[in-house]
Design a protein around this ligand. Structure first.
Ligand code: ATP
Length: 581
């Protein structure tokens, strides 16, 4: 059996022989010949059948192996198919995932884009809205400016009209007065002519009468002189009588002068005092006190406030309470014969320091005298004497005296200031000397706008320091009401006393629609105004009303005056600031 297989192998090896025995057409017959030979040997062999069976079996085994291989191959193929399907599935899954991821990214991206677009749109709308608002604001500012300018223009026109009307009225009055004066002059001239003629006649008569009287008198005197000169005794008596009469007149005159000087020294008011409740004469203090008491009784609610508050002085409640306490303490001090306490009032001008000092004196039951620091310097070398005179005079008050020195810094400033004169320094020293000890007769009340300028020795003599600030809104409201009442509501009310017989009453002012709210509005606008400025504002309102045709005060006229007064105040502040700079 081996030879056949080997012959098979040989045939294959011969087919791949490197040196084949080939025909011209390329066919090699050698293997076929060998095979034939082998077949012949097999068929000749007794084992030929067996060989065929073995070959057959070999072939069957080979077929079974091939079938197994095919099955294996099919299994592999199935596996491969499964693997392929798995891979395809995985790939598809991956692809689907990838697609899903891409889709979600796309969605995210689109979302982001939409959000950004919205933001951009919002921003655009916001900017546009801002621009619109700005445009609206600009236009309203422009409108406001136009309105203000128009108002200003109207005010200017109104003012001009008022001025022109006033001018016309003035002119009319002048012309009427002129015509009347011309008429009166003519009348006087005519009367004069008649009078002159009458006087001439009368003069002739009088002259004749006087000539006859003089003649008679001279006849008598001539007779008298003749009698005296001829009678020696009569002559002596006459000369003695005339001499005695002259001596009497002279003595009386000089005596009266000496006595008056003495009385004046005791009771007279020193020249440094500008205003005093004691007055220049002994009876005037009593008279003025009685007068003010009557006035207070007549107007209890406004002046004395029923004993409470500070009447016409509007102060912050805490300040007015402190002054009341001070007045009460001073009154008690006087009752107990204890030394008085000196006070210093400081604050901006026109905040009621002088008024409060007057009220303090009144409430504490003291006499009151006011001098101003600026009056001392012009006295020169006389200043020291005048200061001593002043303190001597003040000591004579039975009730005790509140000596109020206004503008104290002008007189009582630091002694080592270079511009201070020797006389001023001496006057200050005199005051320091007179106030060195605690006094039981005099309360010194100093007022200044610059407390820091006071001499340290003066500051040392002060027991109470009160600040008078600019009025707050509530105080301004009360001040406006007070001066509205004084200058407007009471204007034109009938004057009392003798003066009403000679003076014409001012025209009455009618107030229309001036509510509390409008006054409150004015109080808010007048921030920074002093009490004096508010009083002046109301005086201006009064002037504006008198300048108008109908003498009516309404809200618009009031507002107009307040507005220009506020503008004036701001201007003054600006000027003061630029001056300082
Ligand atoms: N508190 C106030 N209440 C009412 N009126 C006031 C007040 N403050 C000022 N005035 C008005 O201002 C005027 C001046 O006030 P006053 O002389 O008391 O001020 P002052 O503080 O002493 O001023 P200065 O420092 O300029 O002397 C007063 O006559 C009054 O019309």
């Amino acid at each position: 059996a081996i030879p056949s297989s080997s012959s098979g192998t040989d045939s294959s090896s011969k087919a791949s022989n490197d040196n084949p025995r080939t025909t011209s057409s390329g066919f090699d017959p050698e293997p076929l010949e060998k095979g034939l030979k082998a077949l012949k040997q097999i068929s000749a062999s007794s084992y030929a059948k067996k060989v065929f069976e073995i070959l057959k079996k070999q072939e069957e085994t080979r077929q079974a192996e091939l079938a197994a291989k095919v099955a294996e191959f099919n299994q592999m193929k199935a596996q491969l198919e499964t693997e392929k399907q798995r891979i395809v599935y995985d790939e598809e899954k991956k692809l689907a995932q990838h697609q899903a991821q891409t889709k979600s990214q796309m969605a995210k991206y689109e979302d982001e884009l939409a959000r950004k677009r919205m933001q951009a749109e919002n921003e655009y709308h916001r900017v546009r809205n801002q621009e619109l608002v700005k445009l609206q604001e600009d236009s309203s500012i422009r409108l406001e400016q136009t309105r203000l300018e128009t108002e200003k223009h109207i005010q200017a026109l109104r003012k001009q009209t008022i001025e022109e009307q006033a001018k016309l009225e003035h002119e009319k009055i002048r012309e009427t007065a002129l015509a009347k004066a011309v008429g009166r002059v003519d009348e006087i001239k005519q009367n004069e002519e008649i009078n002159r003629r009458d006087q001439l006649v009368e003069g002739d008569l009088v002259r004749e009468k006087w000539i006859s009287i003089i003649n008679t008198t001279f006849d008598h005197i001539g007779g008298g002189f003749k009698a005296i000169l001829t009678d020696r005794n009569k002559l002596v008596v006459t000369v003695g009588g005339v001499t005695a009469l002259a001596a009497g007149v002279y003595t009386t005159r000089e005596g009266a002068r000496v006595i008056w000087g003495y009385v004046d020294r005791i009771l007279g008011q020193p020249s440094l005092i500008r205003e005093s409740s004691r007055g220049k004469y002994p009876w005037s203090g009593t008279f003025s006190r009685a007068k003010s008491t009557l006035a207070r009784l007549a107007k209890p609610e406004s002046v004395s406030n029923n004993g409470k508050g500070f009447g016409d002085v509007i102060l912050h409640p805490s300040l007015s309470k402190r002054i009341e306490q001070l007045a009460f303490a001073t009154e008690n001090t006087k009752l107990h014969q204890a030394p008085f306490r000196n006070v210093l009032f400081y604050g901006p001008p026109g905040t009621g320091k002088t008024m409060a000092a007057r009220e303090l004196a009144y409430k504490s039951g003291l006499d009151y005298a006011l001098m101003t620091g600026g009056d001392v310097a012009p006295l020169g070398s006389q200043a020291v004497t005048k200061i001593h005179e002043l303190f001597d005079w003040a000591k004579k008050s039975n009730r005790g005296l509140l000596l109020f020195i206004d503008e104290a810094d002008a007189f009582l400033c630091e002694r080592n200031k270079t511009y201070m004169s020797e006389a001023q320094r001496s006057a200050l020293n005199a005051l320091l000397f007179r106030t060195g000890d605690q006094s039981k007769d005099i309360v010194l009340a100093l007022a200044t706008n610059r407390p820091g300028d006071l001499d340290s020795a003066v500051a040392d003599r002060i027991d109470e320091v009160l600040e008078f600030p600019l009025p707050g809104e509530e105080e301004r409201y009360k001040l406006l009401k007070l001066y509205l009442d004084k200058y407007i509501a009471q204007a034109g009310s009938r004057q009392s006393g003798l003066s009403s017989l000679f003076k014409a009453n001012p025209q009455k002012i009618e107030i229309k629609g001036l509510s509390d709210d409008i006054i409150k509005e004015a109080a808010a606008k007048t921030d920074g105004f002093s009490g004096r400025e508010i009083a002046k504002l109301m005086a201006s309102v009064q002037a504006a009303v008198y300048g108008s045709d109908n003498c009516i005060l309404d809200a618009s006229l009031f507002r107009e005056v307040v507005d220009y007064k506020v503008a004036e105040h701001q201007q003054r502040i600006k000027l003061a600031a630029s001056d300082k700079a």
